[in-house]
Write a protein that binds this ligand. Structure first.
Ligand SMILES: Nc1nc2c(c(=O)[nH]1)N[C@H]1C(S)=C(S)[C@@H](COP(=O)(O)O)O[C@H]1N2
Ligand SMILES: [Mo]
Length: 198
């Protein structure tokens, strides 16, 4: 049989994966605005709250019993480092939001330790966001957000709240910790939305 040329294999060049103003890093820097909270898996809980009086909650056993996805994504930090092809395992927000009925258009994400960040609810759906609990085949280390963190790789990494505890669905946008301090409200790395006014 002859060899059929398949043309492009879908691989993209590294420089095409690097948003404007970013540089590549091989290591995995830790950026935390405060001390690393230690959360016991016995009491750990994730809640999705909305205008409905009954929150949707998952214990650690419940979360990790759900079907998980393995995803390899690029990370872009507003401090200008990017790390390509990072391997995570977690539960898609599409699955967690499936039974949540809400007219909300915004989400405010709250972490153990008090950190918050906001984003449109649409940015958490359609295969764009996960509650990640493994990195590179290992339990997610506490300094990187373990037991579990939000992973929203298409936005700057400050939106990927470590030690995630609650996703509050809101009808009005409410800026989080860095957004209140002058970071961009949306944070698209491809449009270089670093700071308020960008
Ligand atoms: N709870 C919490 N989540 C957080 C932060 C934080 O300080 N607290 N820092 C954010 C910022 S600014 C970045 S760049 C990434 C860093 O993730 P890493 O430490 O795993 O690299 O976490 C984001 N999530
Ligand atoms: Mo950051």
């Amino acid at each position: 049989m002859g060899i059929v040329s398949r043309g492009f294999t879908g691989r993209t060049r590294t420089d095409e994966r690097l948003p404007p103003g970013q540089y590549l890093t091989e290591d995995f820097p830790v950026l935390s605005a405060g001390p690393t909270p230690r959360v016991s898996l016995d009491t750990w809980q994730l809640a999705i709250t909305s205008e409905s009086p009954t929150p949707h909650t998952w214990t650690w056993a419940e979360l990790t019993a759900l079907p998980a996805q393995d995803v390899t994504v690029d990370l872009h930090c507003v401090t200008k480092w990017s790390k390509l092809h990072t391997p995570w395992r977690g539960v898609s927000l599409d699955l967690l939001l499936a039974d949540v009925e809400s007219v909300a258009e915004y989400a405010l994400v709250r972490s153990y330790g008090g950190y918050t960040t906001n984003l449109p609810l649409a940015d958490l759906t359609d295969g764009q966001a996960w509650i990640a609990y493994q990195y590179d085949g290992e339990p997610l280390r506490p300094e990187h957000g373990g037991p579990a963190r939000l992973l929203v790789p298409h936005l700057y990494l400050w939106k990927s709240a470590k030690w995630v505890r609650q996703i509050e669905l809101l009808q009005q946008d409410e800026p989080g910790f860095w957004e209140t301090a002058g970071y961009h409200n949306y944070g698209d790395p491809w449009r270089e939305q670093r700071y308020w006014g960008d």
